[in-house]
Design a protein around this ligand. Structure first.
Ligand SMILES: CC/C=C/CC(=O)SCCNC(=O)CCNC(=O)[C@H](O)C(C)(C)COP(=O)(O)OP(=O)(O)OC[C@H]1O[C@@H](n2cnc3c(N)ncnc32)[C@H](O)[C@@H]1OP(=O)(O)O
Length: 301
């Protein structure tokens, strides 16, 4: 537990420069919460207590068009997560998307393409922090995956305790970095190996697999596949099962299982940042990102 507590001051230090994100004032009742239900509001992240489940918050990602994890979006997610961790009335979070058809398009490519090393370092620190914050959260975190979830979106899903995916063939999920000509860092790889096993992860990472729901269930990257209109209710009923376990025992067990993986990053965060900056700044990698971004634009015709 000390590790999680240890993170808090770190997060504060990390977040201090970004806490000035406009509109990130939290605790302010969101519009339409006239019934006195306390919601946390920020431009890209809406956190609402689940009216049907005491102690459960629903965190809706709303960074249109694709919930790409920009620095500002990451910061708002981190501030909301920290607020929830510190608010003892909450025991669980359901993370979902408000962007139709998209859970999250992953890391924001424009934060890594054509950016100076100092920006890339700051960005990567925030990416590390989001993963650590979700992966080691004392709360029960359930992914209600209601859209496509490539790369960083898949990492966010894998960091949850449980994953419910909507049964829509378009809603593929996976670490597809090799398709962009880049590679997933070791801690992305570690989480995938922990979830689907070494051989399946080795193959999926090298081939940049994006698993459609039926395959995602079979390989184990998600825990349940349900009709799209049952994702939220399924997440809520699974949450009830997990919250039936005494918090302290569950939290210590989660830490027991996850701490060795998180430690591998915690013990070398700066080196990981430097490695990322060196890697992403390479001409060949910048060229790959450029080609990929152009493909995305051409796709629109
Ligand atoms: C070492 C670093 C590790 C990396 C991990 C990562 O996360 S890298 C990012 C990997 N992400 C992807 O490969 C997803 C790329 N996006 C897509 O495949 C599609 O956009 C998606 C998510 C299937 C949605 O398709 P749709 O047709 O609905 O939207 P469209 O492609 O037109 O995109 C809308 C606009 O968003 C921009 N965009 C999409 N993804 C990203 C992204 N990850 N980062 C930044 N911007 C993204 C896209 O270019 C469009 O922009 P516009 O200005 O409207 O042309």
């Amino acid at each position: 537990m000390a590790l999680t507590v240890g993170l808090r001051p770190l997060t504060r230090a990390l977040l201090r420069p970004w806490a000035r994100v406009p509109g990130a004032a939290l605790g302010r009742p969101a519009a339409g919460s006239g019934d006195g239900v306390r919601c946390f509001g920020s431009p890209r992240v809406l956190v609402e207590p689940d009216p049907a489940a005491v102690g459960v918050a629903v965190m809706k990602m709303r960074n249109p068009p694709v919930n790409s994890l920009s620095l500002e979006f990451l910061t708002e997610l981190l501030i909301s997560l920290e607020k929830l961790e510190n608010d003892k009335t909450f025991r669980g979070i359901i993370i979902t998307s408000d962007c139709p058809g998209i859970f999250s398009a992953g890391l924001d490519l424009l934060e890594m393409y054509g950016r100076d090393p100092a920006h890339c370092a700051e960005y990567w620190k925030a990416v590390q922090e989001l993963w650590l914050r979700v992966y080691l959260s004392n709360l029960v975190v359930i992914g209600a995956i209601n859209g496509i979830s490539p790369a960083g979106g898949c990492l966010l899903s894998l960091s949850c305790d449980y994953r419910v995916l909507a049964n829509n063939p378009k809603y593929a999920i996976g670490l597809n970095e090799t398709l962009l000509g880049i590679i997933a860092p070791f801690w992305f790889k570690d989480v995938l190996v922990n979830t689907i096993g070494h051989r399946a992860a080795e193959r999926a990472l090298q081939l940049g697999f994006l698993f459609p729901p039926s395959d995602a269930l079979q390989v184990g990257i998600v825990d349940q596949v349900v009709p799209e209109d049952q994702v939220q209710s399924t997440a809520r009923s699974v949450m009830a099962q997990w919250l039936a376990i005494p918090d302290h025992a569950r939290q210590l067990t989660k830490n027991l299982v996850r701490k060795p993986t998180a430690d591998r990053l915690l013990q070398q965060r700066d080196a990981d940042i430097q490695n990322f900056v060196r890697f992403i700044s390479r001409d060949s990698i910048q060229k790959s990102l450029h080609v990929y971004l152009e493909k995305l634009k051409q796709k629109k015709g």
